[in-house]
Design a protein around this ligand. Structure first.
Ligand code: SAM
Length: 227
């Protein structure tokens, strides 16, 4: 997968893309990350924003630096990526969307800042608008990193053990069952006996029961989706 990131703050990505699973995916040549600074494609003295028509606080990202950046990439590469526009007004990001995006060969994430994008960016580009939650962040960079992390770990070959993805929360509309590791007793709190019994069938049943119980308690909305 090739992931193009369109941003005013490319430096923000270096640390996140250079560590842990995202770094491993790059080292395994499964994913390529390319950062493009919108500022470098502004017509007018690197000016990327302006005051909103109709008044109001803050500055709005102008259309031409964003269109110029994307058109320059498309001319150079002949690639037409799946474009994601980060906005709190988009559809809420979920594991199901992450799974769909993990199938794409080319992704482009477009990060806003300040008061957001000129509306014509949304209108003129064929984009999927995604929000990472019902809150407002200062920029689209953190949401883009969230999406990249959630997507890249689902690409086959990135994680050593694919079953860790299959059994995770939100797969099958359930939260994951509680997990324990050594020691078997810590400060008087014991690991449930069944988990140390070595009885595989009983362990599976315990895990399934506790996934259901936990989902019912914490996320009844997910639970209600299940037949
Ligand atoms: C301060 S926000 C702009 C909010 C906009 N004025 C509004 O009220 O809808 C600046 C940028 O941060 C990003 N952003 C903020 N919150 C986000 C969220 N929950 N999900 C995705 N992107 C978000 C978007 O790229 C947005 O253009």
């Amino acid at each position: 997968m090739r992931i193009d990131i369109i941003t005013l703050f490319p430096e923000m990505f270096e640390n996140v893309l250079g560590h842990s699973i995202l770094k491993i995916a790059k080292e395994k040549n499964i994913v390529q990350y390319l950062l493009f600074n919108i500022r470098e494609h502004a017509d007018n003295k690197r000016c990327v924003d302006d005051r909103p028509y109709g008044g109001g606080p803050g500055m709005v990202i102008k259309p031409e630096p964003v269109f110029n950046t994307i058109e320059a990439i498309e001319q150079q590469t002949d690639i037409r990526s799946k474009k994601i526009l980060l906005t709190p007004q988009g559809c809420r990001f979920t594991q199901a969307i992450a799974k769909e995006l993990a199938k794409e060969p080319y992704l482009m994430l477009i990060c806003g800042h300040y008061e957001g994008f000129d509306e014509r960016i949304r209108m003129g580009l064929d984009v999927q608008e995604i929000s990472v939650g019902d809150f407002v962040l200062s920029g689209g960079e953190l949401p883009a990193m969230v999406i990249i992390d959630a997507v890249v770990r689902l690409i086959p070959g990135v994680l050593g053990d694919l079953s860790s993805v299959i059994n995770e929360s939100f797969t099958d509309d359930l939260l994951e069952h509680p997990q324990y590791t050594r020691p078997a007793e810590y400060r008087g709190m014991k690991v449930p006996e069944v988990l140390v019994s070595g009885h595989h069938q009983k362990i599976k049943e315990w895990q399934r029961d506790h996934a259901i119980q936990r989902t019912r308690e914490r996320r009844p909305d997910l639970f209600e989706k299940k037949p």
